[in-house]
Every structure is written in C-alpha cells, then in structure tokens.
Write a protein that binds this ligand. Structure first.
Ligand code: ADP
Length: 260
C-alpha cells in the first residue's frame, strides 16, 4: 500500500482582482480516498485544485497537507520559501486536461526526465522506474513512441505515468479526460480507477458522472466559488437535497440522454 496524504481545506478564499473565485471553502480529503469535484463551468473547481499545490495562491484560509500548511509560513503569514514549496510539491502529482508532454522525447524519456532532474536518479535508475510506471498504465509496448505517435488517451496515460513515477502521496487531476475523444475516455478512467484501488489519495475535477458515481468515495459540488455540498456519491448524485445540485444533475442528464 502506498503512503497516502490527507488534505484539510479551511475557510479558503481566492480573488482574481475584484472577482471572488473561492468563498470560504471547507473540505476534508481523507487519506487513500478519491474525492471528485463537480459543478458547472466557472464554479471554481480548477482554482481550488490548483490552490492545493499552490499553483494558485489562495488569499486567506488554510490548506494543510498531512497537517502541514502549504504556501505560507503560518496562517495569514509570509509566503513560504520556494525551496520549501518545491519540497512539499514533491509528494503531489498533477495531471492536466492538456497532457504537456515534450514532443521531442519518447514516452520513456518523458517519464524518466523528471526522475533525473527533480529526484536526482541516475539515468538508468530513472529509466527502470519509468518502465515500471509505463507498464502500470498499460503502455509497455509504446515506450519508444513520441507523443505524435500516440493517441490522446495514450498521451494522457504517459502523463499519469510521469506523475506516479515520482511516487506521490497525493494526485490531483484537472479534467483529465475533457480533451479526449469519447472513445478514449475509458482507458484513462480505467488507469485512474486502478490507482484509486491501490489507495492513492486522489482529487479529481471531472464532468464524468459515471466515474464519480463508481469510483469516488466522496463527491463535492461547487457553484459560484462555494462548496455547496459534499457527500458519498450514492446520496449526492442520486438524492441531492440542494436545488442547485438537482438543477445541475438534471441538465447533465438531459444533455447526455440526448447526446448533445
Ligand atoms: P471551473 O474549474 O469550475 O470551470 P475555474 O476555477 O477555472 O472554474 O474558474 C473559476 C472562476 O475564476 C471563473 O469565473 C474564471 O473565469 C475565473 N478565473 C479563473 N482563472 C482566472 C485568472 N487567472 N484570472 C481571472 N479570472 C480567473
């Protein structure tokens, strides 16, 4: 079993100029569990996710990973040093909607590169670990391919391999299947499901309600910067009490039922 992180988000606020993107967000992410963030476009899901590894700076409140405040030396205090932040980020993997692979490198090189540069492994040790990670995402036979010779689903699996090769204790996924053709979504969700089964702490911004229903341990719904509700998927997706969640799910089902 992997070592898995917990995350505590307390009264987090975030502004872009005068616009408040996060409003007093509270959320507890238990170790080894999958939390899906759902809600309409523009509701702050991606902003919240990016605040967790301090890719976005939150303005007030606290985000703690395994009890340790990220981003600031103390609540409301000075920003933490770049060195300290890099150290904390080392245990956090992130997968984006766009795969961000280096086009001039093979799948293997894409995965091995960070292991050499960030983790300081020798080239051969990095490649051994990269091979393991690529096997894990089912790409053992594509390691020599450049991204242009991989499908979108395969490229995203390389991106996942690159993240897990660093042995994170927390994985953040920002709409990892949104850029994919529908027929390629399943292979990426399948890899994420395997990771979840291994006890990785995962926070996933997604529009895939099937994934949220079947894989998430808890689902949080956001709207207009607020965390409106959080519950096990069986309750929040089947019998939501809040009318905002009901309306969102109704629209989602209408769209999907009619293939719009
Ligand atoms: P979601 O992930 O739910 O679609 P986002 O977190 O991306 O929502 O965005 C939340 C809100 O913050 C949106 O209204 C968006 O336009 C705004 N926003 C996001 N990033 C920026 C930015 N860098 N500058 C200004 N506004 C931003």
């Amino acid at each position: 079993m992997l070592a898995a992180s917990s995350v505590e988000i307390r009264k987090v606020n975030k502004y872009y100029g005068p616009f408040q993107a996060l409003k007093d967000v509270d959320l507890t992410i238990p170790p080894g569990k999958v939390t899906c963030l759902i809600g309409p476009s523009g509701s702050g899901k991606s902003t919240l996710l990016r605040c967790i590894n301090f890719l976005e700076e939150y303005d007030s409140g606290e985000i703690r990973i395994d009890g340790q405040l990220i981003g600031y030396d103390s609540p409301g205090g000075r920003k933490m040093s770049g060195r300290k932040l890099r150290e904390m980020r080392r245990s956090i993997g992130m997968v984006f909607q766009q795969f961000n692979l280096w086009p001039h490198m093979t799948a293997l090189q894409n995965v091995a590169e960070g292991l050499v540069r960030v983790r300081g492994f020798s080239k051969s040790e990095a490649e051994t670990r990269a091979v393991d990670a690529l096997n894990k995402v089912g790409l053992g036979d594509k390691m020599g391919n450049h991204p242009s010779r991989l499908s979108g689903g395969q490229q995203q699996r390389v991106a996942i391999a690159r993240a897990i090769a660093m042995e994170p204790r927390l994985m953040l996924f920002d709409e990892p299947t949104s850029a994919l053709d529908p027929e390629l979504v399943g292979e990426v969700l399948g890899v994420m499901k395997t990771l979840a089964g291994e006890g990785m702490t995962m926070i996933v911004v997604t529009h895939e309600m099937g994934f949220a229903a079947h894989v998430a341990d808890q689902v949080a719904f956001m709207e207009k910067g607020e965390l409106v509700g959080m519950d096990v998927p069986g309750r929040i997706l089947q019998q939501p009490e809040d009318p905002r969640i009901q309306a969102f799910l109704r629209t989602y089902h209408e769209r999907n039922d009619f293939g719009a």
